[in-house]
Design a protein around this ligand. Structure first.
Ligand SMILES: C[S@@+](CC[C@H](N)C(=O)[O-])C[C@H]1O[C@@H](n2cnc3c(N)ncnc32)[C@H](O)[C@@H]1O
Length: 243
């Protein structure tokens, strides 16, 4: 119950998480079989997956020390980037906000293709308007052109890309990044400061921006967006080129 309430608060102030939740909710709610979550972190979207679906979380060995994620029952990628999942074993591969941390995105997507059964679905999200994070392990920002090229390059078909949010969402997101540190100041023992007063001003403004940002997600998506949500399918028949 507490975890659920915290997740709701997180989504109110974290517009990336809110927009991903909004996009993935309908699709994840109806998946079945086996779902592989690649770069699962704290598995924030697992609760959208039906309980009778087999969930396999994958992450890097150093997820705890470098990214602060420490959850049980996670399988580890190989040192060479290989996935500990059999060929064709997955009905769905989910990967949220991870591809930008992968040095070789094409090899990662080729592994997603390998573990999916023919007809299986990839659901991928990437940030676009996001700060450089988990430095130095943040390597890329992807455009729709790059995503299509990479996905088709490893064999995926039916690539469908939607932008998350629009310029209003991005404006709220950037202003929230400025205001949230003032709204939630760190206590420094023994020091008096103007921080409580600043928090009193910043907190209601941050709340107003968070609400405006969430409302903007109901509007149409734009080229200036928070990020992209992508679906793609492993074709049921191998693609045959011209003879
Ligand atoms: C920003 S977090 C996203 C976590 C989670 N998917 C989410 O949406 O909250 C990035 C994730 O990528 C993982 N990661 C980092 N380097 C990676 C790599 N080379 N290959 C696969 N995953 C990686 C991290 O351990 C972390 O779980």
């Amino acid at each position: 119950m507490r975890g659920r309430a915290l997740a709701v608060v997180r989504r109110l102030f974290d517009l990336q998480a809110a927009s991903i939740w909004q996009d993935l909710r309908p699709a994840l709610g109806v998946v079945g079989g086996t779902l592989v979550d690649a770069g699962c972190g704290a598995s924030p979207y697992r609760r959208l997956v039906p309980r009778d679906t087999t969930y396999i979380g994958l992450d890097v060995e150093r997820a705890s020390e470098e990214f602060g994620y420490d959850i049980a029952d996670v399988r580890r990628f190989g040192a060479d980037g290989s996935w500990p999942v059999d060929d064709g074993a997955a009905d769905v591969v989910l990967s949220t906000e991870t591809l930008e941390h992968v040095p070789d995105p094409s090899a990662f997507l080729a592994e997603a293709f390998r573990v999916l059964r023919p007809g299986g679905q990839l659901m991928l999200t990437v940030p676009f308007a996001a700060r450089w994070h988990y430095v130095p392990r943040d390597y890329w920002r992807f455009t729709p052109s790059a995503l299509t090229m990479l996905l088709e390059g490893v064999g995926f078909g039916d690539v469908f890309i939607t932008a998350r949010g629009n310029e209003r969402t991005v404006a709220c997101y950037k202003l929230l990044a400025l205001l949230l540190p003032a709204a939630m100041p760190q206590r420094e023992p023994g020091r008096t400061s103007m921080a409580p007063l600043a928090a009193l001003v910043a907190a209601p403004l941050a709340l107003a921006l968070a609400i405006a940002g969430n409302l903007s997600l109901r509007g149409s998506a734009g080229d200036d967006c928070l990020g992209y949500t992508v679906t793609a399918a492993r074709p049921t028949e191998p693609l045959v080129g011209p003879q």
